[in-house]
Ligand binder design. Structure first.
Ligand SMILES: [Zn+2]
Length: 409
């Protein structure tokens, strides 16, 4: 076999195995193979196997010297595209102001909305590109990206167009989610805006074919469960998959809505009820957990990660990158998934790769290291998964291979 790149003598976390998102039991096997190698040809993985069985030629060989090799991270919840930043809010947060208080004072999302509405597609892409590069340099080789800072039909469509520009610029998968119902714009109310999302925005999103998913921020003071349900019904008619911001600040029954509507993922879940957990387990809804969010909101309370896993709910991890939580490191998210949510290192890796890929419908293409898949993989500066997590904040990723190309390291 002739390969372009061979990563030799690695401790390879293959994530090979099941074809569905993995709940706790299955997520406790990362398919770790000591002294294995991965061969890459073009954009694809050509071969994965024991190092001593490799008998091909490689144009370039990287000796991993026993280091951990994992699939590239998949970040299944991000608000990557927006104009401006909100560093000035740090002082307000340090004074103890809550997210809703900052929002009511005209800050928060409204600040970002004003700037995003004024931006062109290329200005939006230009602002987001350095962020996506930082994500990739830290190991994220595929990401989801939501609209939701325009809140007018035209500006929402521009945000989704910017996703495609970004995907082309770096040649990596950016999965678009239409999140028109992210906040209620100041010029209208939640019910009237729900109607705009359903009657005006969703038909155009479908006509342009620029989103794979529809998301709604169901929360007290934002959109109700009934409004979320109505948007979901319309999104399904327009051929979109569903994901939900659910039960973050108060329990509104968001997890139950996600399960009932057949959403692929319910995200946040700090206040999820036992009934919500049961409903998600029954429906196979993935719980996407975002452990840096309570940190950056300075409201230290975390989603019940271990309880969700024990109930049979598959867990994914994500940054929730946004101007209020500008986190780009999935390694940090995974480390905090262990220390704050109670995941094992193996469960955290599964949540940051395979389960995240499943939640974006990318599992046949990436999320595990198998011949034929997109060659997205990471060489870490540590030998195993315990060391991957052991030092919170340590960036363990040394080399990033994205679509077969070494892009960092
Ligand atoms: Zn979010």
């Amino acid at each position: 076999m002739q390969a372009d790149l061979l990563i030799h003598n690695a401790n390879v976390a293959t994530l090979q195995g099941l074809a569905a998102p993995r709940p706790a039991d299955a997520a406790s096997d990362a398919g770790l193979r000591p002294d294995w190698s991965v061969a890459v040809s073009g954009h694809r993985i050509a071969w994965v196997g024991p190092s001593e069985e490799w008998d091909g030629n490689a144009e370039r060989t990287l000796d991993a010297d026993g280091a951990l090799v994992t699939p590239g991270y998949v970040d299944p919840h991000s608000h990557l595209v927006y104009a401006g930043d909100r560093a000035f809010e740090l002082a307000l947060k340090l004074q103890g102001k809550s997210y809703l208080e900052i929002l009511e004072a005209g800050g928060g999302i409204r600040h970002t909305v004003e700037r995003t509405r004024e931006a062109t597609v290329s200005e939006l892409a230009e602002a987001a590109l350095p962020r996506l590069k930082r994500m990739r340099a830290q190991g994220t080789t595929a990401t989801e990206a939501k609209s939701g800072y325009g809140l007018t039909t035209e500006s929402e469509l521009r945000m989704l167009e910017a996703n495609a520009v970004l995907a082309d610029a770096l040649d990596l998968p950016v999965v678009s989610t239409f999140l028109g119902a992210h906040a209620v714009p100041p010029e209208t109310d939640a019910q009237a805006f729900t109607d705009v999302v359903i009657d005006e925005m969703l038909p155009k999103v479908e006509a342009q074919g620029i989103a794979r998913y529809c998301d709604v921020f169901v929360e007290e003071g934002v959109f109700s469960v009934a409004q979320g349900e109505a948007i979901f019904d319309a999104a399904k008619r327009h051929g979109l998959g569903l994901r939900l911001h659910a039960d973050e600040i108060v329990n509104t029954g968001g997890a139950e809505l996600a399960a009932r509507a057949g959403a692929v993922s319910a995200d946040h879940l700090l206040r999820v009820s036992d009934e919500g957990i049961e409903a998600m387990a029954g429906a196979g809804t993935i719980a996407t957990l975002l452990p840096t969010v309570p940190l950056t909101l300075m409201q230290p309370q975390w989603a019940p990660g271990r309880r969700l896993l024990e109930a049979g709910v598959p867990v994914a991890l994500a940054t929730d990158h946004n101007p209020n939580n500008p986190v780009t490191s999935m390694t940090l998210v995974a480390q905090l998934g262990c220390f704050l949510l109670g995941l094992s290192p193996t469960q955290a890796l599964t949540a940051a790769t395979w389960n995240a890929a499943c939640s974006l419908g990318l599992e046949s293409e990436l999320g595990s290291l198998e011949a034929g898949k997109r060659a997205d993989l990471l060489i870490h500066a540590v030998p195993d998964l315990d060391h991957w997590v052991y030092e919170p904040g340590r960036q363990t990723v040394e080399t990033v291979v994205s679509g077969g190309r070494v892009v960092a390291g």
